[in-house]
Design a protein around this ligand. Sequence first.
Ligand code: AMP
Length: 295
Amino acid sequence: MKTITSVSTVSAECISARKSGKTIGFVPTMGFLHEGHLSLIRLARQKADVVVVSIFVNPTQFGPGEDFDKYPRDMDRDAAMCSSAGVDILFCPDASDMYTQGHSVFVDEEMVSESLCGLLRPGHFKGVLTVVAKLFHLVQPDFAVFGQKDLQQCRLVQKMVRELDFQVRIEVAPIVREDDGLAMSSRNVYLSSAERCAAVCVPGSLALAGDMLESGVDDVDEIRRRMRELIGRTQVASIDYIEFLDYQTWKPVKMVRGQCAIVMAVRIGKVRLLDNIMIGGDAGQRVFLPRSLPR
Ligand code: AMP
């Protein structure tokens, strides 16, 4: 595995790989890797000749007062995990090399990014799309893998690729969960042990929604009311949003028909947890959570 910090070197390496006819699979991350990231890397490993992983805690996607400084980092451990997962190029640039001084050009989206996490974190998705666009230009991958865990991000990257004519295919990989159903996240380390126990109400509420849908209930208000009730039993939990959306249009639905997503953000103490399930349509990705979850 080559570890590269320089923007120009990674670009030269990737151009040379492409010239020799190799396909490139790319997995962008912010590091502090876990099984969720590794599942993306494994998917890329199966399909590409060259696997590139980036680790970059991108300052432009953090707002003032957010956790940029204390975002968990462990480059040595991450590098060892990438190496044993068969990564060919690990790209971990400095912010000063990624963003030239006085940079003032950004990629912004004006519809999907204005809802949900975009409302809670103004400017967040502008930072995300800008860095993803820059990384795509540097790596020029045939495909890039993103996690369904960050569903709004997936939708935005798909829109950016289509609407700005990027020549890259976007693959969306399923959410990897802990044994009790909690979606893995680098930020889970912020949870105290009591909060970690409480956090199971998030996947638990999605499991409840899954059960209700299975039993034929498709009224969004009714399902959301029961999800809120379940989460409300957990003292430290506070709901930022639970939305039922048409995945293509990203508009709220009243009945669960066609390809929908239930997306949610819940604060457990100071930690915001994101989770979602996809339902119906071609998605075929409905998540069936462990039966042992609280309902
Ligand atoms: P991050 O390092 O948090 O920016 O995440 C990098 C990539 O890993 C993103 O595409 C995430 O959606 C994905 N990811 C994070 N957590 C998970 C998970 N539990 N399962 C699958 N993918 C994940």
